[in-house]
Design a binder for this molecule. Structure first.
Ligand code: 17E
Ligand code: FE2
Length: 449
């Protein structure tokens, strides 16, 4: 055995937020896969072989599959303020700021910034990442850099690269040729940005091109789609119809779709039915959406998110993404998925007791479905990859509420990050200094004696 984790809580395989009863021991074999999941301790299972390999004590903490980042921009990360800040806070000025910065890109610059953010992500338990990479650059400098980074991290992280035509497929000189060149060089996913194209017709045509390229090369599609407060921006229906008719279905994703926050009831119902039938996934990006949308509104001011709750209820897969880390569209961020989940659940009002764990699924299992990770690559089951996080919290809700960092991040049976507890001692008047753990005094449910 490569590793034994003792005393872990586990989630039910298909019920978000529901714990399996008791504590478990998880063993990872020499092949880096989960070899055995069993009730914890010799008392529970006298036939259990002694712990083997590296021993990790979960102390009753939750062990889940690692976090999955379904939508980030590693090429633009850590460029905030360079060459100038985004003064208006709009998507459009952000694109202009980035366009200026793009002219100064070098491969080393992109490799250094992307690697730094991937380090932050791995430290916080994110081991599967889909990044968008701007390919409206005649040199494709960022793409080449990210292809290099993808190979460097392959041993313990999945990095999917979306060829993202930030300034358009039809509205940027040679946009289609650049998109095709990016795919030829090794991009994993085909992007688009229909709401940015010069005309509605160009937007529709751009999605046709994206799906054609994806079909030709057996790739997935993930378009920035309807990222605007314009109820007339309705490209997601085009994307869903193309996903249905091409058979790409759940291999297609519409990211952002913030215009859905402006659609009326009649159209929303039509859309819910179409999206559910089409199988496409949605990625909401709460930081960027709350930051960039609503900028042209007086009060009442829109919250700027897609219809998260409604689409989940309709049976559509929805995940939460981080989008930006310190770039023209978001000056803050560390790539922390539990921060994304927290902000996302408030933005979408997923605040019911059984909705909060859904937000955890939206940065784990649901995001894994967006990336198309297989059962062998992702999940806590015998035979699956021995990659997981062990949290200093017993439930998904507590992990989000306390904003914990994983105690251990494990990739293929090897500890890649560990965060020792850092207790805060409080000297309360009349008492000895004591640790504050932010738990309810009467247990997690808060029952009074
Ligand atoms: N580009 C874009 O079109 N939309 C975004 N949210 C970001 C970059 C971050
Ligand atoms: Fe994005």
């Amino acid at each position: 055995m490569r590793m034994t984790v003792r005393g872990a809580r586990l989630l039910h395989a298909d019920r978000p937020g529901v714990l399996r009863p008791g504590l478990y021991e998880v063993r990872v074999g020499p092949d880096g896969r989960i070899a055995r999941i069993s009730p914890d301790g010799a008392a529970a299972d006298p036939s259990a072989p002694p712990a083997a390999g590296v021993l990790v004590e979960a102390d009753g903490g939750l062990l889940t599959a690692p976090f999955v980042e379904p939508h980030i921009h590693l090429d633009t990360a850590l460029t905030a303020g360079d060459p100038r800040p985004n003064a208006s806070g709009t998507l459009w000025e952000g694109i202009a700021c980035w366009s200026a910065r793009k002219r100064t890109l070098t491969r080393e610059d992109v490799v250094a910034r992307a690697t730094e953010v991937l380090r932050w992500q791995a430290a916080q338990g994110v081991l599967h990442v889909r990044t968008h990479c701007d390919v409206t650059d005649p040199q494709l400098t960022a793409l080449d850099a990210l292809l290099e980074v993808r190979e460097r991290v392959r041993e313990f992280m999945t990095l999917q690269i979306t060829a993202f035509p930030q300034e358009g497929i039809l509205s940027f000189p040679d946009g289609e040729a650049l998109l095709r060149a990016a795919v030829a060089r090794g991009a994993d996913v085909v992007g688009a940005i229909p709401h940015f194209e010069d005309t509605r017709e160009d937007g529709v045509a751009s999605l046709g091109i994206a799906f054609a390229v994806a079909e030709e090369h057996g790739l997935r599609v993930d378009a920035h789609c309807d990222e605007i407060d314009d109820e007339h921006s309705r490209f997601v229906e085009v994307l869903a119809a193309l996903a249905l008719r091409s058979g790409l279905r759940e291999r297609a994703t519409a990211s952002h779709t913030t215009a859905m926050g402006s659609y009326g009831g009649a159209y929303s119902l039509k859309l819910q039915r179409l999206l559910a039938r089409s199988g496409i996934g949605l990625v909401a990006n709460p930081f960027a959406n709350l930051n960039l949308q609503g900028r042209f509104d007086a009060y009442p001011k829109r919250r700027g998110l897609t219809q998260v709750k409604e689409m989940l209820a309709a049976g559509v897969n929805v995940a939460f993404g981080h989008d930006d880390v310190m770039d023209p569209w978001n000056a803050l961020g560390t790539g922390n998925p539990l921060q994304t989940a927290l902000v996302g659940l408030y933005a979408a009002q997923l605040t019911g007791a059984d909705e909060i764990p859904e937000a955890y699924a939206m940065v784990t299992d649901r995001a894994a479905r967006i990336l198309g990770l297989t059962a062998a690559e992702y999940g806590i089951a015998e035979g699956a990859a021995g990659s997981f996080v062990v949290l200093p919290a017993p439930t998904p809700t507590e992990a989000i509420r306390r904003q914990v960092r994983p105690r251990y991040v494990v990739a293929h049976g090897k500890v890649v990050a560990q965060t020792p507890p850092a207790p805060t001692l409080l000297s309360w008047p009349g008492e000895e200094p004591a640790e504050v753990d932010f738990g309810r005094p009467h247990g997690e449910q808060g029952e009074l004696p």
